[in-house]
Design a protein around this ligand. Structure first.
Ligand SMILES: *Cc1c(COP(=O)(O)O)cnc(C)c1O
Length: 399
């Protein structure tokens, strides 16, 4: 394969919406990826918190192969076994009673927004449509989810945006309380802000938010597209806050790399979606659901992967904190939960990610100055040690 020719054709034929590393990947296995020019990489990106089982996990591969031979797509005008089984599994393990399936995170959030609005209008009247989200949040790139996303730099150029959204600082209960009025229908938050730089809430923030929502008849929507499906050490991050949302969205890790999104809700809310009120041609197709079912069953089997995620998360954090002690002038904070970890620097982090890439390790730089680590949940101590030693080397050269 002529890599240079491919990269040239990429810039000629593909819209330039991503700042990409100059590499073409052709193969993956577990924590490793291989490029077309034969280099090996250790993957702490997991396709942005997607490949929770690692690359080409045997059970993932078999699920795709088996289902591809049987049935790929029908239509939601008919039933398919795997959509039903996946919905039941997610309900059994969560607060939710019912699920709507789609194909991506943005779509899952679109469904959540539509569901919240229709529910509140029917229950409280036509004016109750306001949705409050957090500054620095990320909820997707469609017009409504982009409006929900509290980052003006991502919205710039795309107005007019969707009416009815407002933003408040994350983890600031008083600001949230004062932003609420009689027309507020929902509050939509990430349990941990992922794209925003792995920003953590304080211990009781969500308890207070939950109480407020319950008292005022406001729906609490948790966007767990990044934090869900085991990423933080429990199947859902909300479990660790001692509260339950009314609506929850999933995507990224749900299919272990196969595209699928899901909107989960309590029965009382879910029943607002009546026949014809929402839909998706591809959403919940047999292939996506069979693969997601195999992914989540593998994740939950004996609880091993989740407990390993917690154990490796602790080991990872401890290792990064040791590194912080060695480079206190460069590293200002290490934070996270499970295997969603951020390390904030006093400087731009893109060049550190670039240096790691050159040394064969994929990491992410987000929010300008925060390195974000979100490896497959099968990561080992050895993998983490290797990353730490490369980071140490890079930071030594920098200082
Ligand atoms: C990635 C992400 C989304 C958007 O998901 P897409 O599949 O890219 O549409 C929404 N919310 C959160 C928290 C995310 O991390």
């Amino acid at each position: 394969m002529e890599v240079k020719k491919l990269l040239d054709d990429s810039s000629q034929y593909i819209m330039d919406t991503y700042k990409r590393f100059p590499v073409v990947f052709i193969k993956g296995r577990g924590m490793k990826l291989w490029s077309a020019d034969g280099k090996e990489y250790l993957d702490f990106m997991a396709g942005i918190a997607v490949n929770i089982l690692g690359h080409c996990h045997p059970r993932h591969v078999v699920a795709i192969q088996k289902q591809a031979q049987k049935l790929v797509h029908i239509s939601n005008l008919y039933h398919n076994e795997y959509q039903i089984k996946l919905a039941k599994l997610l309900c059994d393990y969560s607060f939710a009673d019912k699920i709507f399936f789609s194909n991506s995170g943005a779509e899952a959030n679109e469904a959540a927004i539509k569901l919240a609005r229709k529910h509140s209008k029917e229950r409280f009247g036509a004016e109750k449509t306001g949705i409050i989200t957090a500054l620095n949040s990320f909820h997707g790139r469609t017009i409504a989810t982009l409006t929900a996303t509290g980052q003006p730099k991502l919205q710039s150029g795309f107005d007019p945006l969707t009416p009815g959204f407002s933003h408040v600082p994350f983890n600031d209960y008083e600001a949230l309380k004062s932003a609420i009025d009689e027309n507020t229908c929902a509050i939509m938050l990430e349990p941990i802000q992922g794209e925003g730089g792995v920003k953590m809430p304080s211990t009781d923030y969500f308890k207070h938010v939950r109480d407020l929502c319950t008292r005022l008849g406001i729906l609490l929507i948790f966007d767990e597209i990044q934090t869900g499906t085991g990423r933080t050490g429990t199947l859902f991050a909300y479990e660790q806050y001692g509260i339950e949302p009314d609506i929850l969205t999933l995507a990224k890790g749900l299919g272990g790399g196969f595209p699928i999104g899901a909107t989960l809700a309590r029965d009382e809310v879910a029943k607002t979606f009546t026949q014809g009120s929402h839909g998706s041609t591809f959403g919940g197709n047999p292939l996506a659901c069979a693969v997601a079912l195999a992914t989540i069953e593998t994740l939950l089997e004996d609880g091993i992967m989740l407990s390993e995620c917690r154990r490796m998360g602790e080991y990872f954090m401890e290792s990064l904190i040791k590194l912080q002690k060695q480079f206190p002038k460069v590293i200002t904070d290490v934070r996270g939960r499970g295997l969603l970890i951020g390390m904030e620097l006093t400087r731009e982090c893109a060049m550190v990610a670039q240096a790691c890439f050159e040394r064969g390790i994929l990491i992410n730089c987000t929010a300008g100055n925060t390195l974000r680590f979100m490896p497959p949940l099968i990561v080992t101590e050895e993998d983490i040690d290797r990353l730490i030693s490369v980071l140490k080397d890079i930071l030594e050269r920098l200082s």
